[in-house]
Design a protein around this ligand. Structure first.
Ligand SMILES: Cc1ncc(C[n+]2csc(CCOP(=O)(O)OP(=O)(O)O)c2C)c(N)n1
Length: 370
């Protein structure tokens, strides 16, 4: 008699009761069983560098929006450790499919931040060349990138390619059908895919408590038959160690994982949001005290890896990044809105031509009235 293989032991897929934490709140390192750190001094410095650059680019982007140079911007403040730690676990041939908040992961992949900011300015309709960095285009429709990631990973497996795909999305995105379908497909087909959820506690104004009744987001993994991990997302080393484990499993053909990095969005949802309407100053202060960069600095200083020379070097580099962004973005000419219709269909449907004509008329009327 042929018997079906036993389903995985659900208990083995459950996240540990506490999020994995490598650096405690005071910046002291405790290695965690099962999540080894394979990092050298140079890696510690790189992680720090990316986090500081991400924060500086983020600040510059907010300033540009305030000056009317960007339409809108979604800040990553507070999420630097989760993003940088996660992306640092990938190899060059691997891929990332991001949401709109992933400037930190973009920097790790070598994406030019100005290219991304052009999208927020509306200079052009896409942002950067994904083939150059293996960093997908920013996805604004929530959770759609999880499907792109699952599909890309399934395709890579069919092609016999050695690559792992990581998709970043938020706690709110886990309520979308797209996230469910992506995780289910990836698990069923053992796709080399890591679903990296940054649980920053809010989906715009909706708190996590109104998002799910699951004990944690990581618990949802069991329903798909894949392991769920949780880590302290304000701890760059924990974010790295957990992502490393998930990436290694996926690369070894053991299928996908769901990671929940527990973190906090310290800024507004986007520059169009007012977070004082739905969260308290006390809550913000509690999370500010857990700042991911400050915690890592304490560790690096104690290890003798962060001296004044290195600090000054990174500070100079961050200033230069910001200056380049200002030079590139300030008063950059806008693209032609009609381009919107150019690259979607080979044979556009008739309704498309009507919509294009409607936009053309509106633009002409605006021009005439200007
Ligand atoms: C399909 C879809 N529905 C609604 C929106 C509007 N929207 C933009 S951001 C957002 C909240 C997303 O929250 P979360 O997934 O937690 O990510 P975060 O923004 O906190 O990083 C919503 C509902 C959207 N962009 N796409």
């Amino acid at each position: 008699m042929v018997t079906a293989p036993l389903p995985p032991d659900p208990a083995a897929l459950l996240p540990p009761p506490e999020p994995v934490q490598v650096l405690d709140d005071s910046g002291t390192l405790h290695e965690v069983d099962g999540f080894p750190l394979d990092l050298k001094d140079e890696d510690f410095r790189n992680l720090y560098r990316y986090m500081v650059l991400a924060r500086r680019v983020d600040k510059q982007a907010i300033n540009l929006q305030r000056q009317g140079q960007l339409g809108v911007y979604a800040s990553l403040l507070g999420q630097e450790a989760a993003q940088v730690g996660g992306a640092y676990a990938l190899d060059e041939q691997d891929w990332v499919f991001p949401s709109y908040r992933e400037m930190g992961a973009a920097l790790v992949r070598g994406v030019d931040p100005s290219a991304i900011l052009h999208l927020f300015r509306g200079t052009w309709l896409s942002d950067h060349d994904p083939m150059a960095t293996h960093f997908g285009l920013l996805s604004i429709p929530i959770a759609t990138q999880a499907l792109h990631a699952a599909g890309y990973a399934m395709g890579a497996k069919l092609d016999g390619k050695d690559l792992v795909v990581m998709s970043y999305f938020g706690d709110g995105a886990t309520s979308e059908g797209d996230a469910h379908e992506a995780m289910n497909f990836a698990a069923v087909y053992d796709a080399p895919c890591v679903f990296f959820v940054q649980n920053n506690q809010y989906a715009i104004s909706v708190p996590l408590s109104k998002q799910t009744k699951a004990p944690t987001i990581a618990h949802k993994a069991v329903g798909y038959g894949m392991p769920g991990y949780r880590c302290d997302g304000n701890d760059v080393l924990a974010s790295y160690a957990v992502a490393r484990k998930a990436v290694d499993r996926a690369r070894a053909g053991e299928g996908p994982c769901l990671i929940e990095a527990v973190t906090y969005r310290m800024e507004a949802h986007t520059t169009a949001d007012d977070p004082t309407r739905y969260r308290t100053p006390e809550e913000l202060a509690r999370w500010k005290a857990r700042d991911p960069i400050a915690r890592f600095e304490t560790f690096l200083t104690a290890e003798g890896l962060l001296d004044d020379v290195f600090r000054a070097e990174i500070d100079e580099e961050a200033k230069a990044y910001a200056a380049r962004i200002r030079a590139e973005l300030y008063d950059a000419p806008h693209g032609d809105p009609l381009e919107l219709f150019e690259h979607v269909y080979v044979d556009p449907p008739a309704s498309y031509a009507e919509q294009r004509e409607q936009l053309r008329r509106e633009l002409a009327a605006n021009e005439a009235g200007a």
